[in-house]
Design a protein around this ligand. Structure first.
Ligand SMILES: NC(=O)c1ccc[n+]([C@@H]2O[C@H](COP(=O)([O-])OP(=O)(O)OC[C@H]3O[C@@H](n4cnc5c(N)ncnc54)[C@H](O)[C@@H]3O)[C@@H](O)[C@H]2O)c1
Length: 262
């Protein structure tokens, strides 16, 4: 019996077997959680359905987080399968490609700002707002952030602002939902080669840099993130809320980056 036995978890943001959501789904399943999945659109519906079956789930439902009706419909569709749930994993982010390259002030514009914040931050609170009536006491919400929330980086641009907003969202949601016995946390993951990451200019360079400069001298994997996630959403972390846990091989803790072989 795993430490998530008897817990029901919603996993958003599955797009491929490289998705962080996939690492989290596998880790939660390994600890005994029952899973339900969402998919953004019909293009990935079949893939998500197939992958959900691999981890024993028959539930995969459409959910575009920019659409309020779809958010409401999602929870009403889910209630046909589950009366309630314990865990929601928000692993969703997006900014138009032209926002994620070049100098910050050259790239940023009003539409890019709105879209990045809507999809990548507001959606976390929107899901909690629409779904909280189905959440069990002792439940946990988890989202995925990145170092760009607190440090400037090349190309990450407006997504850094959206992640800063997301981390503030974590703290405000934690304060709001604490009295209901619901915890809210984020994992700030190191760079991982996924579909979303492929849209960020200079990603390959960042992976090489982190693998040389991080204390563990490697990049993290979706398994590393999944294992930390399974702890944070479990009762083992019952006293932890409003936190951002770095799962980045220690990269954020280093004050001086060595050059290779040092
Ligand atoms: N890969 C990294 O280096 C890295 C590092 C730190 C944090 N993160 C974060 O992890 C999360 C997951 O990203 P990933 O790297 O696994 O990439 P991914 O491409 O596998 O996942 C991104 C997901 O967002 C979903 N999405 C985008 N717009 C959506 C919308 N409107 N409605 C519903 N879903 C939508 C996509 O369908 C996809 O499943 C994101 O929040 C990302 O910012 C990624």
């Amino acid at each position: 019996m795993g430490f998530l036995s008897g817990k029901r978890a919603i996993i958003t943001g599955l797009a491929s077997n490289r998705s962080i959501a996939w690492g989290i789904a596998q880790a939660l399943k390994a600890q005994g959680a029952e899973l339900a999945f969402t998919y953004q659109n019909e293009k990935i519906q079949e893939r998500v359905k197939k992958m959900s079956a691999e981890v024993g789930s028959q539930i995969s439902l459409p959910l575009d987080v920019t659409n309020d009706d779809q958010i409401d419909r999602f929870f009403s569709d889910l209630s046909q399968h589950w009366e309630n749930f314990d865990i929601l994993v928000h692993s969703v982010a997006y900014a138009p490609a032209d926002q994620l390259e070049g100098r910050y002030l050259d790239s940023i514009n009003r539409d890019g700002f709105k879209i990045a914040h809507d999809v990548s931050s507001f959606s976390f609170s929107a899901l909690a707002k629409a779904g909280r009536h189905m959440m069990n006491n002792g439940g946990a919400l988890l989202t995925l952030s990145y170092l760009g929330a607190v440090r400037s980086l090349p190309s990450y641009n407006v997504m850094g602002l959206a992640k800063a907003s997301l981390e503030a969202n974590v703290r405000f949601m934690a304060f709001d939902l604490g009295p209901d016995g619901i915890r809210v946390n984020a994992i700030s993951a190191g760079p991982i080669r996924t579909l979303a990451a492929a849209g960020i200019k200079g990603m390959r360079q960042m992976l090489t840099h982190v693998s040389e400069a991080a204390p563990l001298r490697r990049n993290v994997t979706i398994e590393d993130v999944g294992n930390a996630a399974s702890f944070l959403v479990s009762d083992l972390a019952s006293g932890v809320t409003g936190e951002v846990l770095y799962v980045d091989a220690g990269y954020n803790t280093v004050g001086m980056h060595l050059s290779p072989n040092q």
